[in-house]
Write a protein that binds this ligand. Structure first.
Ligand SMILES: Nc1nc2c(ncn2[C@@H]2O[C@H](COP(=O)(O)OP(=O)(O)O)[C@@H](O)[C@H]2O)c(=O)[nH]1
Ligand SMILES: [Mg+2]
Length: 223
């Protein structure tokens, strides 16, 4: 059989986490489609969204195939198993700035990630979502920043409704994931600079994909 080549350089899988109702599905939809659906219902069986990016690192363009995995309702039952965390290279951890409980649960989500993700110190961005509802805010920014500092993760406030900081949050995570990838692949080389979306979709991804499996292998993580 002739070899098949991927039309991208990196397949990056990111996972959205956090309590039910914090806006994960809306966020991913806003990021991939650029629109907000107040009553968005995921198609059964499709629990990830995809996007192509050109990631420029030290003058070199890398073609990124981004997969953004949604937890599609399982978070309600606290039944997210290792398989869900295992293959993800980075995590968008959400709470709702208008919902105290969702913020209190952040610690539990981080503890779960530490146990089940590719390493004890996985790449996470903490996202305080629903920034457009600032007038209903119950979690002030400083509290969230203090928690984020405790776990040494960046904190950003987003709105899946207006789109504010949605791309920025994903790019922040991608920067960290790529930095880890590159430090594992080529120690000491290449620092990411910026991320540009590809306007038009490309041909269908072939079966054989370039994966950076080593980055999801706990034994080889350098954290
Ligand atoms: N105002 C506002 N509502 C949001 C935002 N994100 C999500 N929602 C609403 O919050 C509810 C839960 O959103 P959803 O994406 O299903 O949350 P999930 O359970 O975490 O996937 C829905 O009614 C959304 O319309 C946001 O940024 N601003
Ligand atoms: Mg959802």
């Amino acid at each position: 059989m002739p070899p098949m080549y991927a039309d991208y350089d990196y397949l990056i899988k990111l996972l959205a986490l956090g309590d039910s109702g914090v806006g994960k599905t809306c966020f991913l939809h806003q990021y991939s489609e650029g629109v907000f659906h107040s009553r968005f219902i995921s198609t059964v069986g499709i629990d990830f969204r995809e996007k192509r990016l050109i990631y420029n690192s030290k003058g070199i363009n890398h073609r990124i195939h981004l997969q953004l995995w949604d937890t599609a309702g399982q978070e309600r039952f606290r039944s997210l198993t290792t398989s869900f965390f295992r293959d993800s290279m980075g995590f968008l951890l959400f709470f709702d700035i208008t919902n105290e409980k969702s913020f209190l649960e952040v610690q539990n989500w981080i503890e779960q990630l530490k146990v089940h993700a590719y390493c004890e110190n996985p790449d996470i961005i903490l996202c305080g979502n629903k920034l457009d509802l600032d007038y209903l805010r119950v979690v002030n920014s400083q509290r969230a920043k203090t928690l984020a500092e405790k776990y040494d993760v960046p904190y950003i406030e987003t709105s899946a409704y207006t789109g504010e900081n949605v791309s920025k949050a994903v790019e922040m995570l991608l920067d960290r994931v790529m930095l880890r990838m590159e430090s594992l692949s080529f120690p000491g080389r290449m620092l990411p600079v910026n991320v540009l979306p590809i306007e038009n979709g490309q041909s269908e991804a072939p079966e054989e994909r370039i994966r950076l499996e080593h980055a999801t292998d706990k034994s080889k993580c350098n954290c």
